[in-house]
Design a protein around this ligand. Structure first.
Ligand code: PLP
Length: 427
């Protein structure tokens, strides 16, 4: 059951692949998840390769009428097998640290398909990335000056700008507003241009990432407007990078970003810009969550049920050490009881076992929960495992990949020695 065909297919092949993708279910069944939980134990993260494939196909179809390139923002989920799968689809990769650059190289990405969008980093890290020959977006005047001094016009480079736009699911995941640390504020255009002149810099791209969970296509159009004004100042542009932040549905009945509409609008913008700029520019995107969020499931097991006058608690064998998004961002993750899918509906506070306030959901309707039941957190592919820690000296969970109907362990659960691995016993 092979569905991953090479990216540049003739149309007929493309259509066949897309029909096939649509026809097969892109969610893992309760039975599959139960089997995996029984087989590997819990807590365990499970990722569905075909769902990632489907999301990528949706992007490439939606943007087929513009010259768009996609760079998977791999901080969402960096397991090397996920990176390899994403590379096999013909997708590029966006890195947020030089270590991610090295991971991407290790996963087989060609340096020209790797983008390093830095923020607040030491210049030595930029030099290290440049040594690999990857695309780089620089986010401060200070590093841009150092870059100019070191490379002059020999290494085309992108610049990350701060547009002073408020967007994103909430302030904690907004990166483009006027108090944000990210990017060079657009009002400093003259200072940028002075550096370009002084060092003969070749600015290959302009980059703006306004934040995460942006449902409104108009936000991207505001960014496009800013690019419209700025582009004529930079004669060497190749790409305009609109960042990531596409929203995916987390709740039942929620809608994500209208990718198809965005694809149309971006094509229009690029056409109009061609007339002003004189050349065709590429649109670059850095989707993280969009590609992997819905492909991920986090399976936990109920340790303890506790009743009180105010709530019934379902205490699971996990906590914010494994999935911090609900506590950090007040994110909503759908939860299902896969051990009792037909049980009566009841309300629970779903909590973890960490010695801190550690609530996944305060008042959630679930099929009746019994001790030992498996509870699944959905949309756990992005920023789940990656933000995990060993807090309370607990183990990081195992990770499993389901691909072509088979499951594979792609990261072992920690063992006790992992907790001591880097400790130096001096007493
Ligand atoms: C995190 C990040 C992304 C990805 O954001 P998503 O919301 O996961 O799509 C893209 N670009 C940059 C620069 C980022 O920091």
């Amino acid at each position: 059951m092979k569905i991953i065909l090479p990216p540049n297919l003739p149309n007929r092949e493309k259509k066949r692949r897309n029909d096939y993708l649509r026809s097969m279910s892109q969610t893992l069944s309760t039975e599959q998840l139960n089997r995996i939980a029984d087989h590997y134990g819990t807590p365990v993260y499970v990722y569905h390769a075909e769902k990632i494939t489907q999301q990528f196909s949706r992007l490439t179809e939606a943007f087929a009428s513009s010259d768009s390139r996609f760079f998977y923002a791999c901080k969402a989920l960096t397991n090397i097998n996920i990176l390899k799968h994403i590379r096999s689809l013909g997708c590029n990769v966006d890195c947020s640290s030089v270590n991610e650059v090295h991971l991407a190289v290790k996963a087989g990405f060609d340096p020209k398909n790797i983008l390093y969008t830095s923020n607040g980093i030491a210049f030595s890290e930029i030099e290290e990335a440049a040594g690999q020959g990857v695309n780089i977006n620089i986010d401060s005047l200070s590093n841009l000056e150092k870059f100019g001094r070191r490379y002059g016009g020999t290494y085309p480079v992108g610049i990350r700008l701060r547009p002073n736009i408020m967007a994103g699911g909430n302030l904690k995941i907004s990166t483009g507003h006027e108090k944000s640390k990210f990017g060079i504020p657009v009002e400093q255009l003259n200072a940028i241009l002075a550096l370009v002149e002084k060092y003969d810099l070749r600015i290959a791209g302009l980059h703006i990432h306004t934040g995460s969970e942006i449902r409104d296509v108009e936000v991207f159009m505001k960014v496009a407007d800013i690019f419209f004004e700025l582009a004529p100042h930079f004669k060497d542009l190749v790409y305009l990078d609109l960042g990531g932040g596409f929203k995916v549905p987390y709740k039942e009945n929620e809608t994500g970003t209208d990718i198809e509409l965005l694809g149309q609008k971006v094509a229009e913008v690029l056409n109009k810009l061609q007339q002003v700029y004189g050349r065709r520019l590429q649109a670059w995107f850095e989707p993280g969550k969009f590609l992997v969020s819905e492909a991920g499931y986090f399976i936990t097991q109920v340790n303890v049920l506790k009743e009180s006058a105010t709530a019934a608690f379902a205490g699971v064998n996990s906590g914010f050490n494994h999935l911090i998004r609900p506590m950090f961002y007040e994110s909503y993750h759908r939860i299902t009881n896969i051990s009792n899918p037909e049980g009566d509906k009841k309300h629970y506070a779903v909590v973890g076992n960490i010695c801190e306030t550690d609530t996944f959901a305060w008042d959630r309707e679930l099929n009746e929960v019994r001790e030992g039941d498996f509870l699944v957190f959905h949309n756990a592919g992005a920023y789940g495992f990656e933000m995990g820690s060993n807090y309370n000296s607990r183990y990081l969970p195992a990770q499993v990949l389901v691909k072509d109907g088979a499951h594979h362990l792609i990261r072992k659960r920690d063992v006790f020695d992992d907790l001591l691995r880097n400790q130096v016993e001096v007493l």
